[in-house]
Design a protein around this ligand. Sequence first.
Ligand code: UDP
Length: 468
Amino acid sequence: DSARRQPHAAMLATPRMGHLIPLAELAKRLVARHGVRTTLLTFASMASATQREFLAALPAGIEWVSLPPVDLSDLPPDTTVETLMSEECVRSVPALTGILARLGETTDLVAFVADLFGADSFDAAHDAGVPRRYLFYPGNLHSLTLSLSLPELDVSIPGEFRDLAEPVRLPGCVPIPGQDIPAPLQDKSNPGYKWMVHHCKRYRDADAILVNSFQAVEPDAAKAMRVPKPGRPPVYTIGPLIKTNAAPRAAPCLDWLDRQPSKSVVFVSFGSGGALPMEQMRELALGLELSGQRFLWVVRSPSGDDGAAVNGNYYDAESKKDPFVYLPEGFVERTKDVGLLVISWAPQTEVLAHHATSAFVTHCGWNSVLESLQHSVPMVAWPLYAEQRLNAVMLADGVGAALRLPESKGKDDIAAVVREVVEGKGRGAVVRANVAELQEAATDGLRHGAAAAALAEVVDKWTAGRSM
Ligand code: UDP
């Protein structure tokens, strides 16, 4: 029957919204444009309300299967997100092998796709006889280039990256100061570091790598990637894949935006798990107030002194406590006419698409960056964890789509940079113009340009030589 013969891809998302969202977008494009049905596989730990709601809303043609839980209770309490995701993946390989083998028996399973922490699942695909194994890289080419170089850098750089006197220079990439190398690589004694080196070695086992970026945002890196290199799988830039909602949901913050003047509001949000240390949260509040601009701020309770939330809230995106108690005294009252605070979560793509939104203070999570570019919103870079500092370097020093806050992040710095970007004067004007150009390039690429062609080529490879 036709369902049996329709090409089918199985895709495994490691447990972060920032990994799941673009992978689901890839699934949607495969279904809608290429007639490839997909099964999204998720880990048992991905169980927050936000995540379930997202998965439940997937369109027809995309199945969702949750892997059975695995025991992680032997891992110490201070285990990092990267190690947790990696361990969960390895321990899920036996169950995944069974699931893929069953899908292979009943459908025309042409490919298995895993994301950046899931390369160990290639073993399951191999054992289950899935013909192709692809890596989906939800970050950008700068961070992929670094990842692919990591096995060599691990050997050639004896100390810690943050102690390097010179920036790290990689083909086609903006020079990366040592302290801006991604956080999981900054402590070689942590098991998380060894996991990263392990994953990066395994990327070479992929038949090809699909990257959620586009050429205009990092043209030199894209050019460098096109030069074939022995041992490196071919790389396809297929982005920007960003969240698209079938029906816009009603949200009070969107009603509030409706009542604000065009291009007047600065949107402040730190991704699905980012939280600021208490002192920075207070400076941000005072900085926004000082800037005199309208703002919409997704507020979370501050990260603990132990730095736990510097890694993001792993298991759920909901703030545990009332974050308002951490704000400076009188702040809410003083700013009530110009500011709106929402707790923990806002419909970000709708906010960025709104005509009242003028600038985005962002943690530089790559999905947030792509969403901002897709809607031509200039950014103020406030990186927190993961590879966000690297993204900030590439945006501020490379393509010029953001102004980066100085390390001190005092209220005066915040007010000045926010004003510069919102008012679009001086450096703010340059950033605004660059972002407008990037929006155009991103849209064209997806519609009929390079990104659309790259994905079509991938699907051709998946379906070549099939008996119909
Ligand atoms: N997001 C959202 N509302 C929020 C916070 C985040 O819709 O209040 C979405 C955002 O639009 C993006 C994703 O969650 O698609 C966050 O991914 P990103 O890579 O920016 O950061 P991460 O959460 O991985 O740190």
